[in-house]
Design a protein around this ligand. Sequence first.
Ligand code: MN
Length: 445
Amino acid sequence: MYEINETHDPNLKSWVESANDPNTDFPIQNLPFTVADTSDSAIDGGWSRYNIGVIIGDCFLNLDACSEAGLFDTIADAEDWFNESAIYSLAAIPGSARSRLRSRLVQLLSEDATADERTVVERNLHRCDEIRILGTPLNIGDYTDFYCSIYHATNVGSMFRPDNPLLPNYKYIPIGYHGRASSIVISGTDIKRPRGQNRSDAEKPPVFIPAKNLDYEMELGFFVGKGNELGEPINISEAEEHIFGVCLVNDWSARDMQAWEYQPLGPFLSKSFATTISPYVVTMEALAPFRTPAFERDPDDPQPLEYLSDEQNQKLGGLDINLEVYIQTEKMRNENIEPHLLSRSNPKDLYWTIGQMLTHHASNGCNLQTGDLMATGTVSGKEKSERGCLLEMTWRGTEPIDLPSGEQRRFLEDGDEVIMKGFCEREGFRRIGLGECRGRILPAD
Ligand code: MN
């Protein structure tokens, strides 16, 4: 796990003015990775070249170009990390090597940069609104979704099994399923309402119709950095060394399809039509000031089995990130009504840590690969205002939500936009954010 160091100093200021705005998600203490098309014709969609970079304030710093200009010559092997179509080599290196890059970037972007350095950096700095941000710097090979909020699992379980909400495995296993990587899309991509089987009338056969109960799930995602060999599990004490960073995830879910298909093998087409992610990878090092203890288990709960137990994980395995979900309907957009806050939740309330999820995933010898995406499952808290999906918020559609436009929602309607945000705040540290994850529902064909 990363230590708090000089790159987290709240007094650090950047010569990139927008990075010093107290409300920015991207101060010099953050520096998340992304990929952008920085060619002149990017806006017209013409000839393009994709570049790896970091976000600072409202700008994108092209790291490929900085590397070519020799700015990372003092870092061993750094020339091998850039000018590739993805960021595999940088994601897969030990965290300590990535740490040296972060430290160099902070120096180059801080007020302490020399005039010469600043000139070279400035040449490779682009305003985000003048280029095309393409999103994740990794091609996602595999995607796994967990179910690690005990509040979410208990709420959903009690709707379907009132007498037995939490299944006996829940407190022993970080429950998950294999998702679909090909349908992961970047924030801003429209989502077409899927068609599928609906059997709301138990007396009749199912019908194949546009999904009626379309929902979002507010989740935290994390990317695998260094992978493991097939047959070689990952020790819990080394789990964090395999995590590159985090993003926001919206696991769109068609609840009517899910209710009919999920037994006996779990969700399938009710989830695989689309998953939206935010376009930046916030590194584990940037998150160092925002680590929390693992979930405090009830004294009657079992302790995790030994392969999922670790002192450091217990002490600092949690993540304190404020997650927010907003909705803006078509009517709200037309009437210029601001997006409406639906919920606030925090992954520090998850029953399992991301280290435990990763270790469990590889515990049978399954090989995780650089760029794989894992998501925590819907992040819900104890309170009603902390429910991370509409299924829970409206209690399966029985308690509709009132919107400022006078409309009501049980589930998502065509034209609705869901906007997710994430940010970290802690006394004595600079606020950092994860950016946004948004998507609008289009009608089925
Ligand atoms: Mn999910």
